[in-house]
Ligand binder design. Structure first.
Ligand code: BES
Ligand code: MN
Ligand code: MN
Length: 459
């Protein structure tokens, strides 16, 4: 592998220039006005795939943004990797909190700052560069590979789910590889063996047809803003436990063994608290912070809107109130079942004085894998070679909806090896990626394809 690694080391600076171009395309999937930029980003990705030597590269249309597909299948009798990533990014607001423009990637102190740097373009690009290094140096890859890159992960992957179900044979593989998660900490590479799921809702309350003078009408009608606050207050108790009946029915308990492993991780809770600027941490009693984030479900209010919020004071009873809420789920909770118990509870606690409308938005199932699977072990060896250290095993609190589809529909194990850092501001202003990790990530990916090639697969 020395020649391949040499190639990667030699081209280190060129990679950063190329990544800059990729990061310049504002592929914000949540906002309809960026539709053409998503297509431009998909086209850029496909052009790059062709340039590095992937075959059958094309954009596959969906009801939403296109899927970019490319493959290299010339390693007979060797395993096939299905690589998944997403080329869409999150919106950039609040824009004034960015130190440099989100779509003009800027390098400062060894990190590249831009929307998508860590989540997920930088991590996709790392794999494209690893493939390129193999093909340039040797004309061959050690394993077969199929790339599936979507443009709708940040909005719930609904169309990709359909795509996977409709292309079961085309997507046949032995393992899924994904780099779309952080590593445990700077200098602590990791493999992620579990993700939480998600169920997301919008709640709309209407009290009256229009806003009312709070003097003339105050006392005669209920106030939707207040009702909303009262409803939300009944979702969790003061110890952080979710009060929706049935919510915990399918939650898989943490094993003693897993708790012991989690406690061994080099985790500094005080540093964590200071970094996020919280006066005091809070969560379900009986669990440590990592356990709460990785292995326990939550209920969160994501946004609230009602009434007068401008400068000064206005005496008004708002006609409507709105909240966005979501629940992070853990094995073996099912988003459909959670949606059912949530809506039932909501209807029960909402008073008759307001009209209630609940809209279910995106979501995904939780996922977990066994860490003794041979592909995870192969990734572990590759990380040892790329980062000079054995990885630790982690779970994550975030969600990648399609991972459980790969498992349920294609029957595939999945290796999640991410190289972002927990403080790299994914979804927030000043998103960035550490360039040292990016470089080591390319080397690790190159090793990963080689390590996977030594696994026996039935044909
Ligand atoms: N890359 C993240 C998922 C992630 C976050 C994994 C943190 C591990 C740790 C992904 O792009 C993401 O943001 N997912 C969304 C999914 C949702 C929109 C359905 C999430 O978790 O909110
Ligand atoms: Mn992501
Ligand atoms: Mn994301």
């Amino acid at each position: 592998m020395d020649d391949v690694v040499d190639f990667i080391n030699t081209h280190r600076d060129r990679y950063i220039e190329q990544l800059r171009e990729y990061l310049a395309i504002p592929s914000i999937s949540a906002l309809p006005e960026y539709k053409t930029d998503l297509r431009r980003c998909a086209t850029w990705t496909a052009d790059e795939m062709r340039r590095i030597g992937l075959k059958k590269v094309n954009l596959i249309e969906t009801l939403g943004h296109p899927v970019v597909y490319g493959e290299w299948l010339e390693a007979p009798n060797k395993p096939t990797i299905l690589f998944y990533g997403h080329y869409d990014v999150q919106p950039v607001d609040p824009l004034d909190l960015w130190d440099s423009p989100p779509f003009e990637a800027t390098v400062r102190e060894g990190e590249i700052y831009a929307r998508g740097a860590a989540d997920d373009k930088g991590q996709i690009f790392m794999h494209l560069k690893a493939v390129e290094a193999h093909l340039e140096q040797r004309g061959l890859l050690p394993s077969n590979i199929k790339f599936v890159l979507e443009g709708e992960e940040e909005i719930g992957s609904t169309n990709l789910d359909v795509f996977v179900r409709e292309h079961v044979r085309d997507l046949a593989a032995d393992v899924v590889v994904i780099s779309d998660s952080p590593m445990f900490d700077r200098g602590v590479p990791s493999i992620c063996y579990g993700l939480r799921g998600l169920a997301y809702f919008q709640i709309d309350l209407r009290g009256t047809t229009t806003d009312l003078h709070s003097g003339s009408f105050g006392g005669a009608v209920s106030n939707p803003a207040q009702v909303l606050a009262q409803i939300l207050a009944q979702m969790r108790d003061r110890s952080g436990r979710v009060k929706i009946p049935g919510f915990y029915d399918d939650v898989r308990a943490l094993s003693e063994d897993e708790r012991t492993q989690i406690k061994k991780l080099p985790y500094n809770e005080i540093r964590y608290r200071k970094e996020i600027g919280a006066p005091k941490l809070f969560g379900e009693s009986g669990y440590g912070t990592l356990e709460r984030v990785w292995a326990r479900p939550t209920f969160e209010v994501n946004g609230l809107l009602s009434g007068f919020t401008g400068v000064g004071a206005k005496t008004v009873i708002p006609a409507v109130a709105m909240a966005k809420v979501s629940m992070r789920l853990v094995p073996d909770q099912d988003p459909d079942e959670i949606a059912r118990v949530f809506e039932a509870y909501l209807r029960k606690v909402a008073p008759k004085t307001v009209e209630l409308q609940v809209t279910r938005m995106h979501g995904g199932k939780p996922w977990m894998t066994e860490i003794d699977n041979p592909f995870v072990q192969a990734a572990s060896r590759a990380i040892k070679k790329g980062f000079g250290k054995c990885p630790v095993f982690t779970r994550e609190g975030g969600s990648i909806p399609v991972v459980s589809t790969f498992k349920d529909v294609l029957g595939l194990p999945c290796v999640l090896f991410g190289i972002g850092l927990p403080d790299e501001n994914a979804h927030a202003p000043n998103e960035r990626l550490d360039l040292e990790n990016f470089h080591k990530g390319i080397v690790t990916s190159a090793h990963l394809y080689k390590e996977i090639s030594s696994i026996e697969v039935s044909l």
